[in-house]
Design a protein around this ligand. Sequence first.
Ligand code: ATP
Ligand code: PMV
Length: 490
Amino acid sequence: MASTVVDDEKTPLVPTAVSAPGKVLLAGGYLVLDRAYTGLVFGLNARIHAVIQPIPTGPGIVLNEISVKSPQFRHAVWNYGYRLAEREGGVKVTQLRVDADLALDRNPFIETTLSYVLSYITSVASPIIEPSSITIYADNDYYSTPADLTTATTNPTTTSPRFYNFNVPLSEAHKTGLGSSAALVTSITAALLSFYLPKSHFDLLPTSALASPSRRRLHNLAQAAHCAAQGKVGSGFDVASAVYGSSLYRRFSPSILSNHPEPGSPSFAPALVGLVEERAADPSSPAAITWDTEILQDAVKVPRGLRLVLCDVAGGSQTPGMVKQVLAWRAAQPAEADALWTELHAANQALAAELTALADAQPTGSLADDDGDEPAALRPLRAAFARIRASLRAMTRQTGVPIEPAAQTRLIDACEAVPGVVGGVVPGAGGYDAIALLIRDREDVVRALRELIAGWEFSGEEGVGGKVSMLGVREEMEGVRAEEARGYSL
Ligand SMILES: Nc1ncnc2c1ncn2[C@@H]1O[C@H](COP(=O)(O)OP(=O)(O)OP(=O)(O)O)[C@@H](O)[C@H]1O
Ligand SMILES: C[C@@](O)(CCOP(=O)(O)O)CC(=O)O
């Protein structure tokens, strides 16, 4: 364990908690990788929470250690030592062994985030980082719930725990695809910045302000850390929605991140500050970087009385492989791809426009109100979903990649036939992972859908099969937010 003797004058650090939402890319999968197009992304009411607190030490001694744990999972403890690297290389973070006999179980998202955020903090504030411990809590819908937990929580004599103890190692948990890594990186980044930096430099309030410089720095830093941990520069819609919540999203130019130095390499720290604060790294470097991300919060709304529903399809798809194949096809067939991309983009825009128009036109009343037949106002929305699905099926046929495969077509068709279901799509990259539905927000509609899904035997063309389950999540407009640090426990 690394230790350093320092001055005993310290500013007291106070326990701090932050949460960031998961996401669903309702429309714009693949297209959003290209700045010419946008994605319609909704934040979800399933959040990842990070609670950070000081580790008490004896007078005059500072341990250079940050410990992170995720108590919902077995053996999910990661301890890190840190030190300033030479030649402005930032903070070097090294995982410490919890037990000499156990192999190191690395968590690249946590390790990379620590090295990015500590490098930034030591560059703009004190070079001394006091030790801390971080606890992660994930809302239950991020992972499929084992049957025994479901049974326990449906038993009327027990109350459902806010955060399940999944009682398996994280590597064995089945993710439901809500963007756990982006919400994790965003909440840890925001927690560290709030904890170590003075309010004058970083303040998460006010919660929604697009113009907030703190939120913008958080976005830039979390995107950089997430891409580095993933080992690739994706569109970043998941981190953007973790920070800003639901929006019509246009990605940043990939070149902003693709040439960034590695942690530990000379000048990593000033380059990172330049990237986060959008100023030239030093007087001799070229112009300042400006993130060209576009986040239109007002262009995304859900009309009163409607809600999103997500269903998890057991089995799942390998998204990275699908993305590679689709992009390779697009490069090989530019004319065909252009036509397809143009039509799908128009269909996606039409859905966003219909949702917003309907939300703005309904300042009172609710589309869930029961006055006999389904409101005629929902017809254009149905048409918008149908148009998107037609394009996604064309994409499936032309690329040969199972974006909306026949098994998903059958499932979405069946859901759309339930009265009160307005429309459905395969979200994100599509495939066998999930479906997203827009429904009238009524008990009877949810019940009918639940019954259909409970009895549904999913059987895909590629041997993918299993059960479908309805998640307990819905859309939420708000992005990252400060939480009350007291009161978190399993
Ligand atoms: N509760 C958690 N505690 C600690 N680390 C976590 C937790 N949840 C996720 N992670 C980290 O995030 C990784 C999963 O990230 P990945 O990008 O593969 O999934 P995702 O973001 O949920 O998926 P998708 O992009 O399909 O929505 C895990 O391997 C782990 O490193
Ligand atoms: C295919 C892509 O556009 C969306 C992938 O979304 P998801 O992980 O399936 O939710 C990739 C990306 O935007 O980075």
